[in-house]
Design a protein around this ligand. Structure first.
Ligand SMILES: NC(=O)c1ccc[n+]([C@@H]2O[C@H](COP(=O)([O-])OP(=O)(O)OC[C@H]3O[C@@H](n4cnc5c(N)ncnc54)[C@H](OP(=O)(O)O)[C@@H]3O)[C@@H](O)[C@H]2O)c1
Length: 419
């Protein structure tokens, strides 16, 4: 019997909420709260009668700590699932601390306004000291560790697929397959086709910021940064086929570098089609990816927000997207003194996801782990006071839950390696 407050009602949240309703013996009371209450009401109406979970809705501005505290106090949840945007991570963590409630999210903090001078001063110092220049990093949320520990509360960070399941795969490999992991390659392949020349499959603003940033990887104890999309490889993905993939900076590299003892190299690759890359470069070159407001006919507009208004809503891609995703990790290392390689991954079919939850596989592969992570916290299996990323926690019950709720693992002990 648990009460869960879900903040956000976009593509990922709506999958997570529907999956929570499939486990309504655990998720007995759900409150869906977001900026636009009508979306929460529409989802709640769709679910009532199909689940025994008691569902209520609310309107909240998650940038406003006072409003969040009021909502949390009125609903008294056991857990707050933040599935809004990374911009709201800190305000929701503040409200959880004020109300004594566990917290989880699917992406680490980044500010909405990257021109804010106070944030920029910290950011520029971090770029110099750490050696990577992505707008997002864990330092902001790791700064809450002591407060969550003292309050006896757990904050679970980045519990989607990547970050999230990819780190559980690392913890699983370390626990069962290796004495020493030397290298990790995280491969995120989306072989889906939605038929548009250009669309993003999750929040466009967050997605475009991520993929237009310089790439980076961890090697021999430090970051190596490279120009965006300048390292390209081809890989033959199970059930998808050959795809071009590009090295990106990705948030889980930062925590894995700290938590996988002795790891020598961690890289992250994502597949992109040529049409996506050409459109993105063009939009970047003309300034449409900028987060700095410009004055247009007497109005202030933020170019990337305007672009978001023009692009297809990721939630609308579900019925049009065909094909599969394949996301996983390839490891090299040693077991019992012998060299070893191991690949663990999940393949997910866009149309099957659509039939089940009316969303494409990118929302599905994020929403299901969010629900399974919530289940780990509600059943006491991952409750360690403090602020934690997924690789710090026992992977076994989590991977079992993923197998059961729609994201089963596949394995290979002789995978092709990425050079
Ligand atoms: N770990 C992973 O594998 C992974 C993969 C993909 C995405 N993600 C993360 O998942 C999260 C959700 O992505 P998505 O694609 O579902 O995004 P989305 O479709 O844009 O949904 C975001 C939701 O948050 C709500 N929201 C935004 N600002 C808010 C505020 N100030 N107060 C209250 N609600 C607010 C939005 O409300 P409106 O409806 O009013 O706009 C919307 O319902 C993001 O953090 C994204 O980075 C993680």
């Amino acid at each position: 019997m648990s009460r869960v407050l879900v903040i956000g009602c976009g593509g990922v949240a709506s999958t997570a909420i529907q999956k929570c309703c499939q486990a309504d013996d655990i998720f007995t009371d759900l409150c869906i709260a977001s900026r636009t209450r009508a979306k929460c009401d529409a989802l709640a109406a769709r679910l009532r009668g199909r689940t025994s979970a008691n569902i209520t809705t609310a309107q909240v501005d998650a940038d406003n700590v006072g409003q969040l505290i009021e909502l949390i106090r009125s609903f008294s949840p056991d857990l707050v699932m933040n599935i809004a945007l990374p911009y709201q991570d800190l305000t929701i963590m503040d409200a959880c601390l004020a109300c004594g409630v566990n917290y989880m999210d699917t992406a680490n903090y980044e500010p909405e306004d990257t021109d804010d001078p106070a944030w920029r001063a910290v950011y520029e110092k971090r770029c110099k000291e750490a050696g990577f220049s992505a707008y997002f990093d864990y330092s902001w949320q790791w700064a809450y560790r002591e407060r969550f520990e003292k309050a006896g509360l757990t904050a679970l960070l980045g519990c989607g697929f990547d970050p999230g399941v990819t780190q559980a795969y690392c913890a699983y490999a370390l626990k069962h397959e290796f004495d020493q992991i030397d290298t990790i390659d995280i491969l995120d392949c989306n072989g889906g086709d939605h038929g548009y020349p250009f669309a993003t499959n999750f929040n466009p603003e967050v997605n475009l910021r991520e993929v237009s940033a310089p790439g980076s990887y961890w090697e021999n104890g430090h970051w190596i940064e490279i120009p965006a999309m300048s390292i390209k490889r081809e890989y033959d993905f199970d059930q998808v086929g050959r795809k071009d993939m590009y090295l990106l900076h990705h948030e889980e590299i930062e925590s894995l570098a700290q938590n996988i003892p002795g790891v020598k190299r961690i890289r992250f690759f994502m597949t992109f089609g040529q049409s996506y890359l050409t459109h993105m470069k063009c939009l970047e070159n003309v300034g449409m990816l900028s987060t700095t407001p410009v004055s247009f006919e007497g109005h202030e507009i933020v170019p990337i927000k305007f672009l978001k208004a023009l692009l297809p809503d990721p939630a609308s891609l579900g019925p049009r997207t065909h094909g599969k995703t394949n996301i996983g990790c390839i490891f090299t290392g040693q077991k019992n003194g012998q060299p070893k390689t191991y690949y663990i991954y999940n393949v997910c079919d866009h149309q099957e996801c659509y039939r089940e939850v009316q969303s494409q596989a990118v929302s599905y592969t994020t929403g299901v782990p969010a629900m399974c992570g919530a289940m780990m916290l509600l059943t006491g299996r991952w409750n360690i006071p403090g602020v934690h990323t997924v690789e710090e926690l026992d992977p076994d019950p989590f991977l079992e839950a993923l197998d059961r709720y729609g994201l089963p693992r596949s394995e290979s002990r002789s995978p092709a390696l990425v050079d």
